[in-house]
Design a binder for this molecule. Structure first.
Ligand SMILES: CC(C)(COP(=O)(O)OP(=O)(O)OC[C@H]1O[C@@H](n2cnc3c(N)ncnc32)[C@H](O)[C@@H]1OP(=O)(O)O)[C@@H](O)C(=O)NCCC(=O)NCCS
Length: 159
């Protein structure tokens, strides 16, 4: 396949039709994200940096995003290349584009979670890591009783 015309782009948000294409990409290739709603992905993108899109003309064929504190830790999420474009080096370029963003370039440790693609990430330089395996699934958490919140340097009691 000739992938020389594939464009990689950093984005801050996606237009509605682009979000719909992303949902289609997830349905085609991302088992963990195949039931996501476009409104929810808009929220995830707004809170991620960088976000990378791969385009074949106007067709969205790749996506990846990271969350990061800019210096110590970052995590890469939702790495996907459309099935028709896999195996041509685009996944590697997608991840490298995430890692190459200035917001990621000083990060001490970049994490990711994967159940099936360890071999792919190893080719890019990631190592197996067995020390960070805890997770908290979403749940209704009891509000913390009386505590002190500091906003803009002003302490106030909240209950
Ligand atoms: C995983 C994924 C992003 C890889 O993208 P890709 O474009 O097919 O990968 P590339 O062609 O860039 O592969 C880069 C290297 O990894 C290797 N590789 C890719 N997938 C591999 C796999 N499943 N097993 C072993 N090696 C693999 C390639 O052979 C290549 O090796 P090289 O260094 O010898 O050239 C893509 O297959 C995909 O979107 N899969 C479905 C979604 C998914 O599982 N995403 C990961 C979630 S954590």
């Amino acid at each position: 396949m000739d992938c020389s015309n594939i464009q990689f782009q950093y984005v801050d948000f996606l237009e509605t039709d682009q979000l719909n294409q992303l949902i289609g990409l997830f349905e085609a290739a991302a088992f963990w994200a195949c039931e996501r709603a476009s409104e929810d992905m808009a929220i995830a993108i707004a809170h991620s940096h960088p976000v990378v899109i791969a385009w074949d003309s106007n067709e969205l064929i790749g996506f990846a995003r990271a969350t990061s504190d800019g210096i110590y830790r970052a995590t890469i999420w939702d790495v996907v290349i459309h099935p028709n474009y896999q195996g041509a080096g685009l996944g590697r370029k997608l991840v490298q584009t995430v890692l190459g963003h200035p917001h990621m370039s000083r990060i001490e440790r970049v994490y990711l979670m994967t159940t099936r693609q360890q071999a792919f990430y190893k080719r890019i330089g990631f190592q197996e890591n067995e020390t960070t395996t805890m997770v908290l699934f979403h749940q209704e958490i009891e509000p913390v009783p009386d505590f002190t919140v500091v906003e803009s340097g002003v302490a106030s009691s909240k209950g």
